[in-house]
Design a protein around this ligand. Sequence first.
Ligand code: NDP
Ligand SMILES: O=C1O[C@H](COP(=O)(O)O)[C@@H](O)[C@H](O)[C@H]1O
Length: 493
Amino acid sequence: MEDCTYVIFGATGNLSRIKLIPALYHLDAAGRLTDGMKVVGFGRRDWDDGAWRSQVRGWLAEKQTEADVLERFLARFHFCQGDLADEAAYPALREMLLGENDFSHNIVFYMAIRPAEFGKVSRKLGECGLAGEKGGWRRLVIEKPFGYDLESAESLNHSLSRDFRESQIYRIDHYLGKGTVQNVLVFRFANLMLEPLWNRNYIDHVQITHSESLGTEGRAGYYDGAGALRDMIQSHLLQVLTLVAMEPPANLDAESLRDEKVKVLRSIRPIPQSAVNAHAVRAQYTAGKINGEKVPGYLDEPDVPEHSVTETYAALKLFIDNWRWRNVPFFLRTGKRMAKGNSMVAIRFKHPPQQLFRETQIEQLEPNWILMNLQPNECIRMEMQVKQNGLEMRTETTRLDASYCGINPDQLDAYEALLLDVIEGDHSLFLRYDEVSWAWKVVDPILKVWSVERDYITGYNAGSWGPPEADRLFLRQDQYWRNTLDGNDEEAS
Ligand SMILES: NC(=O)C1=CN([C@@H]2O[C@H](COP(=O)(O)OP(=O)(O)OC[C@H]3O[C@@H](n4cnc5c(N)ncnc54)[C@H](OP(=O)(O)O)[C@@H]3O)[C@@H](O)[C@H]2O)C=CC1
Ligand SMILES: O=C1O[C@H](COP(=O)(O)O)[C@@H](O)[C@H](O)[C@H]1O
């Protein structure tokens, strides 16, 4: 692997503290960083290398570290003091990175800053000659959300493309770095027995659920302007949907994979504005209890505007109008302050065509499920019917768990894999612009309707599984939401 310098814009922020720095530390501890690899923090605080290193040391104090690795790691850190808006800051950064025009360095620019700054900073990098690849390579990592809607995404993309070529841009979606998300591909395409069943003839519906017990965690400034649909569904959950629904790619290279994902997004049946209320539910959490502790409602969280109607819960029913999936509903939902933190893809199969085991009523005969739990524990489980003990031919559900299921202390964080991919120049787990734009086309009509209907939003109690409206809209008699590996709606309520 080649030496490079990671420049983090927004080095002092939340993402840097909770994700980027710990991920880089783990890569160092695992011997995955070259000796010459450096990390430059760019920030407006009046800090030097020493102050930046002690800040990083403080952040890592909460984590398990080894003394010699930590010292080696901290020695990589340098600080470039500057304000994003200050013209003079960029030549100073250039001098720090390239000295007397030594262009041979490889540089990653990581945008851990407010999305409104992505385009402006990339322009400044271009203007001061830090974007062009004269000697070493230059790569730009763009955090989510990529735009606020389709129009702003187009304009951001246009702005980035003035200084960076597409091959230099890494649009990150950290869900693609999660083990079980990648496992969706392996599970589907490395096993012959599943593919014949993976279609509308056998699958009744698919549920992709991300629930969080956490609230806004000090990020209300960003979150209130985004809401659950933009924050989770436009990006992460639609990405998961593409992997569940895509056709086998020609091979695993970045373009083949992304071509197939785009085909799925393009096939999602557009939701006309007149049908939004039949396909989408939004709600906001009110006060409640999580694990027995009282928690405030969204409106009482710090920095949330007084009459905010931002949704903290969103659920969608989508259809993919292609040969494989026509008329199979895909239910996507996400919420903050829900009963448990869990992310799962639940695939529910149809009932067998003939009911041989009459002792078990058809209403009670459980269908087959494939459950792919993304977090907190990674797991793939199949639920099948077997014969109950006893004389009658009654069936009962048995659960077949993959051998790796459970809490894995060595589980890689998604950011570790992705930061390494950037250094290695692998785009497979990063979004191409057409993916982003098709994903905006899916959610834009909903956002438009919600933006005009802004006088009221349904509430749900913190610690619940969201608003009953969502279940009334989406539930059929023989269906139920799968929230966690062990739970269903009855357990949750
Ligand atoms: N936090 C998270 O869990 C996630 C965040 N993201 C994305 O990552 C990005 C960063 O988010 P997050 O870390 O939460 O945001 P924060 O608000 O915590 O951090 C913003 C950073 O930008 C810096 N900054 C702001 N204005 C300036 C300026 N004028 N000059 C120099 N530096 C400035 C801040 O510096 P200072 O400390 O001086 O204020 C801070 O370091 C966003 O795009 C977000 O959407 C994506 C997924 C998860
Ligand atoms: O991007 C985001 O993701 C987190 C959830 O990520 P996870 O890896 O913890 O599942 C979400 O809390 C946050 O609001 C959103 O911006």
